[in-house]
Design a protein around this ligand. Structure first.
Ligand SMILES: [Zn+2]
Length: 72
């Protein structure tokens, strides 16, 4: 694991936002954080429940970029 990052190099981490589905509590991940308005509606990928969420409900995580590993 790298213990330092170049300040100019932002590639290597990404931000992920998630809200919990009001119905089944499964996380709904949001990719376009910059495009999120104060309120937005999303469909739960698991149960399909659609709800309007407030932007302040988003939990933003900063994660290291992962390379996809082939799964079997
Ligand atoms: Zn759900």
């Amino acid at each position: 694991m790298l213990l330092y990052q170049s300040p100019r190099q932002t590639i290597g981490t990404y931000q992920r936002g998630a809200v919990a589905c009001a119905k089944c509590q499964s996380p709904i991940y949001l990719r376009k954080l910059a495009a999120v308005a104060e309120e937005f509606s999303v469909n739960c990928p698991r149960c399909g429940h659609r709800k309007v969420y407030a932007a302040q409900m988003i939990n933003i995580e900063t994660l290291p970029e992962r390379r996809r590993k082939p799964r079997r």
